[in-house]
Design a protein around this ligand. Sequence first.
Ligand code: PRX
Length: 648
Amino acid sequence: MTERVVDVQDAWRERGLVDDAKYREMYEASVSDPETFWGEHGKRIDWMTPFTKVKDTSFAPDNVSIKWFEDGKTNVAHNCIDRHLETRGDQVAIIWEGDDPNDDKHITYKELHGEVCRWANVLKNRGVEKGSRVILYLPMIPEAAYAMLACARLGAIHAIVFGGFSPDSLASRIKGCEAKLVITADEGLRGGRKVPLKANVDEAIKRLDDASVDHVVVVRRTGGNVTMEAGRDVYYDEAAKEVTDDCPAVPVEAEHPLFILYTSGSTGQPKGVVHTTGGYLVYAAMTHEYVFDYHEGDVYWCTADVGWVTGHSYIVYGPLANGATTLMFEGIPTYPTNGRFWEVVDKHKVNIFYTAPTAIRSLMGGGEAPVKKTSRKSLRVLGSVGEPINPEAWEWYYKVVGDERCSIVDTWWQTETGGILITPLPGATKLKPGSATRPFFGVQPVMVDAEGKELDGKCEGNLCIKDSWPGQMRTVYGDHERFEQTYFATYKNLYFTGDGARRDEDGYYWITGRVDDVINVSGHRMGTAEVESSLVAHKKVSEAAVVGYPHNVKGQGIYAYVTLNEGEEGDDALRKELVAWVRKDIGPIASPDLIQFSPGLPKTRSGKIMRRILRKIAEDDFGSLGDTSTLAEPAVVEDLIENRQNRA
Ligand code: PRX
């Protein structure tokens, strides 16, 4: 098959912030002299104390230390709000589109300032100060952005927990960062269905013997009935009556933590990824401007949830630092109809739209009609994030949604990277459907083989990054050693991404997916170990192994092999029970799609589960199981194949 190349259209180049020559020139400057490059671009935000040092970073395996702009002081909320007041106080900062199509709101920068100050004062009255940790467990309502910015204003550190996580998952995150205050809503509303957020918070706190939580602030979203514990819980609207809308932004060091965000890895409990203030904001704002080719006055919409890093960097911090109008959507792509995205695009005249391949694939199933019914004339740039976009979905996005008129940016990055690392730039980069293309300024991808040998030119291997960029995570909260071990111990002096990739003859990167025990379900990252430990906690389960398999809509589905205790019967009723168990334990995003009961799992003689074999069987590709000579009991494999769930 010849590879399709989509040239940069004249209109993209003319409007683009950079063309190909400029990209090459800036890229070269950024990697040959990062100090000068970032010293200059570091000034795109306001500094209360200007920095004199730009970069002090080391990837030495047992002494990883990452500092950017370290002697500068600034405040993220000041940069996202206050500095815009003079020039664009009356411009809309946030367009909120509710779950119900008749529900929306426009919030100007001036209004945002008032709301955030009031929120900051409510938090301050409850003991929140610089360095305090605050958990946010909220639906996609403007209050989520207010609360994030209020924390930033005070120098407090927010840790957002996605509203789809269970009370147990919430509890472990509250405990992990010893949060004193939790912000939630009575209930969330998605696709017409209510989510019992406050009840989940109550459950979570109850589960912690020694809960650090002194206060729960509750936003009224649905007005649903919830239990309020006297002395601990307060409705936000009542607390807000007691405060003014004046609250100065606290200057903090560039390396002061801005947020913690928990993410899944290949082992153990989710890690608290720590991002700091100065470098993160510079990087989020700069990538938002260049990658989406953002121009003054554009309406920009990222469909992610603020519970994920995409929501942090590209709904709130990047766009607002740039003084953009950012759209926040409470609902889902298929409610009330599967034309909702495009109706919202027309309603608010969206110019830049950023979503995940899984959403595109699910809408493809509904055909072209719901798209073609809408105009989408305002659209100019279409972004993709979260997982590899298959060429078929890319073409549909390009042709059906974008009418072959919009550029597509397939952006590769991670919670750990803080912002986009590999991506096309609309005015500069020829596109190849399925490739994230070239590195952003300052990013030096390196391909290595399993032994850590650096590969040249066209190759396939593991993707690492040489040298730091300002948006990089700084540590794992409370466990710097885990940070070093996870990302810097595999390949010397390199940051290891956990992704495999291919580099083609043009130097373009094609991300092939995770090479560790992390799976990507509908763009959501899940550790197979987490699902396994949930399954084995069930009283009928003796052992479990979880792998991913290709899924038409979700990208990857969750395939669980389960060995039951003596005397237990594996049937459909128990399958349902186990799915419900995992949903309750971790959250709906972790529900196994397929469960296979098996009398045993394939193990080496030393007792290690051979996941390679389990993956092949789950993919229904058992003709090529590879070397099985180290199996302790070869008969186990025959049974697994015989009773496989995923038959092509
Ligand atoms: O495997 C890569 C995949 O998502 C992982 C990161 O997940 P998370 O930290 O949840 O962040 C998602 C949003 C930034 C990566 O290791 N991934 C993300 N974007 C892409 C991607 N894979 C291929 N192409 C992408 N554009």
